[in-house]
Design a binder for this molecule. Structure first.
Ligand SMILES: [Zn+2]
Length: 306
């Protein structure tokens, strides 16, 4: 009888435990809440986000380069414009081809030279405004096709005029690849720090329009190599001959090149564009620097010197 009495005493406790535990165990699978939350989170994986790539690329910069300083130049003025502009333009895509606002119906001569020959590009609608921003013959440059058919991807893909994409592809194929061989490896991914972006020069609102606003420029910090290394063009500790060769080749191909020592805004990346100036004037301002704190010793004075 004692045993029965104990059973009756224990039963309510067991029952309560069973109820509570059973209810908890059901919660994760039966509750509708966690699932929608999860699916709403990974916006970046949503292919419908494509049009806002330039703005996403800016937002993702610090993640891509944890060592890099917190995005100093990115936080000010210019980032409002590109998102809506590209979003609107891309929404026009599914419309029938009769009046696709500004979208070239035929590939341009440049696109015919570039597409699937030296680069993977996707034609984009023309960019127009706000203000003086805008460009025609715009493409999304996703990768450069090497002569051996291997690819150097742009990360993230860059939005630029086709002629700028062509110049960049030729530079990678004909110059950069040979130069990274000095480091014992091949280029795999070119770091796109900024491409199309409607902003004033150096992000100063009201300043003369930047070539970025004309889709005629790209900022690059360096290149990821096949051996896993990241070769930063502005890393003072990186082989000086390599950096000098990169500087020379970029300055030969692009009409404006800004790097460390140019204006204080390009200490950690290289700006290159195809701005046209009167008389074909070119600007190449990039000091290849020695490691910080290391002052080069003066050369020994030759005996026969006066
Ligand atoms: Zn730039």
């Amino acid at each position: 009888m004692r045993a029965v009495g104990r059973l009756f005493a224990v039963f309510p406790v067991v029952a309560v435990l069973w109820l509570v535990h059973g209810a908890q165990a059901q919660t994760p699978s039966a509750s509708p809440f966690p699932a929608p939350l999860k699916s709403a989170e990974p916006k970046s994986a949503d292919p419908a986000q494509k049009p806002s790539k330039p703005s996403r690329s800016r937002a993702s910069r610090p993640k891509a380069e944890p060592g890099a300083p917190v995005p100093q130049p990115d936080t000010d003025t210019g980032r409002i414009a590109p998102v809506p502009m590209e979003a609107f333009a891309a929404e026009a895509d599914p419309q029938p081809a009769n009046e696709t606002a500004g979208k070239p119906e035929e590939p341009s001569a440049c696109q015919l030279r570039v597409a699937d020959k030296i680069a993977v590009i996707e034609p984009l609608p023309s960019l127009a405004g706000p203000g003086d921003c805008g460009a025609t013959d715009v493409v999304r440059l996703e990768a450069i096709i090497q002569p051996d058919k291997s690819r150097v991807t742009l990360s993230p893909p860059a939005t630029m005029r086709c002629t700028m994409a062509e110049a960049l592809a030729n530079w990678v194929r004909e110059d950069l690849t040979g130069t990274t061989a000095q480091l014992g490896s091949a280029p795999r991914t070119l770091d796109n720090y900024a491409s199309y972006d409607c902003r004033g020069r150096n992000r100063v609102a009201g300043a003369r329009i930047s070539q970025h606003g004309l889709a005629n420029a790209i900022d690059v910090r360096g290149v990821h190599l096949a051996n896993g290394r990241f070769a930063s063009f502005t890393d003072r500790k990186l082989d000086r001959e390599f950096r000098e060769a990169v500087r020379k080749s970029i300055c030969e191909r692009f009409t404006t090149v800004l790097g460390p020592g140019s204006d204080g805004h390009h200490e950690d990346h290289i700006h290159m564009d195809l701005a046209e100036r009167r008389g074909g004037y070119r600007l190449c301002q990039w000091n290849v620097l020695d490691p910080a704190g290391e002052v080069p010793l003066p050369r020994p004075r030759p005996k026969e010197a006066p």
